[in-house]
Design a protein around this ligand. Structure first.
Ligand code: NAD
Length: 332
């Protein structure tokens, strides 16, 4: 089928082209993100392939439908950027990649934890500058610390396994108790208890109306003094202004590691190093010595990219032959 691939970076093109040798779809790549303005470029393509910051809202979907588009193939697990009732009304099918290398995201969460804990970002810069002063770089032993995992699905479980290996105690908060996590000696609690007891809190639940700003002025002030917050799930799980206030007072939260940011759409996957970034909230975050930010790259491993490309293209083939895997279909 002819597929309009939006937000196509070099690594997407590389892995999609390799996997497409098995599927032989007609891939048309666009570097730009999908939105109301760019939707017109998909004219003549019955399939649109989109990523996390493409905007599939009502007006964009209407434009795509008017051009004959029938299938939205997401290259992601999350689907909070799609107006699902709108897609259903327009009789569009939405498919995603529900699981691709959950270890890749869990391992990135651990990379953020260790970078913050051992000040690797600051030590790297000091060493390059011939500065071997160790003041300000004191960390803590991970062994024996309590890690609170919010959302104990595929990625949360992968993280629980790694943290268990570090000798950490595990607390979990989820609407569903995962038997694998219980086997790893995780204790399920409510969210306030998890926040008050955890040295490190890592977010791995989807973004829904219920989880938007799960970490806000009230909940961040429940966190333990000296604690660390990691978010590799979706930016809007955190009210960034509340977290900035908490980092400034240092009464509770001492470290922040984020791979995702609520207003990331206009920022990410682009080189803005020669421009003036207008988002003052984001810019404030970059000034903290105890905050580490990466640009939505937790998924960026060879294994994950290969799997994303394979499942995305097989979703399109299965749609074409009427044999969609129900687990990959997203419904409102
Ligand atoms: P999953 O569906 O396997 O697990 C999500 C878990 O969250 C489930 O156990 C579910 O019961 C739980 N949950 C749902 N609502 C909840 C609530 N209100 N409170 C607490 N828990 C709740 O998903 P996953 O594969 O583990 O992915 C988790 C999230 O990670 C995705 O939704 C996506 O947003 C994000 N993600 C980020 C990247 C990245 O590159 N940064 C890559 C993949 C996924």
């Amino acid at each position: 089928m002819k597929i309009a691939v939006f937000s196509a970076q070099g690594y997407d093109v590389h892995f999609l082209n390799i996997e497409n040798q098995q599927f032989i779809h007609d891939l048309v790549y666009f570097r730009d993100a999908l939105n109301q303005t760019t939707a017109v470029r998909a004219a003549g393509c019955p399939v649109v392939c989109a990523f996390v910051d493409d905007i599939l809202d009502g007006p964009t979907l209407s434009k795509l439908a008017a051009q004959g588009m029938r299938l939205i193939a997401l290259r992601s697990a999350g689907y909070n950027n799609v107006d699902l009732p709108g897609a259903q009304k327009l009789q569009m099918t939405v498919v995603r990649v529900p699981s691709y290398a959950p270890d890749a995201i869990a391992e990135h969460a651990v990379a953020l934890m260790l970078t913050l804990n051992r000040s690797i970002n600051r030590a790297y810069n000091r060493a390059r500058d011939g500065n071997f002063d160790l003041n300000g770089l004191v960390g803590f032993n991970m062994t024996g610390k309590t890690v609170g995992i919010v959302g104990t699905g595929k990625i949360g479980t992968a993280l629980a396994r790694i943290m268990k290996g570090f000798g950490c105690k595990l607390l979990g908060y989820d609407t569903y108790r995962n038997p694998t996590c219980i086997q790893l000696d995780m204790n399920y609690t409510d969210l306030p208890f998890l926040l008050t007891q955890s040295d490190i809190v890592s977010l791995h639940c989807p973004l829904t109306s219920e989880t938007t700003h799960l970490i806000n002025h009230h909940t961040v002030n429940l966190m333990k003094r000296g604690s660390m917050l990691i978010n590799t799930a979706r930016g809007a799980l955190i009210d960034t202004r509340a977290v900035i206030d908490a980092l400034k007072t240092r009464d509770h939260l001492w470290y922040l590691g984020i791979d995702v940011y609520e207003g990331e759409g206009p920022l990410l996957f682009t080189d803005l190093s020669s421009t003036i970034i207008q988002d003052d909230v984001f810019e404030r975050l970059t000034t903290f010595p105890n905050a580490v930010i990466t640009g939505h790259q937790a998924f960026l491993t060879r294994e994950a990219l290969q799997q994303i490309a394979h499942v995305t293209l097989s979703n399109v083939s299965n749609f074409e032959t009427g044999r969609l895997n129900d687990e990959n279909v997203v419904r409102s």
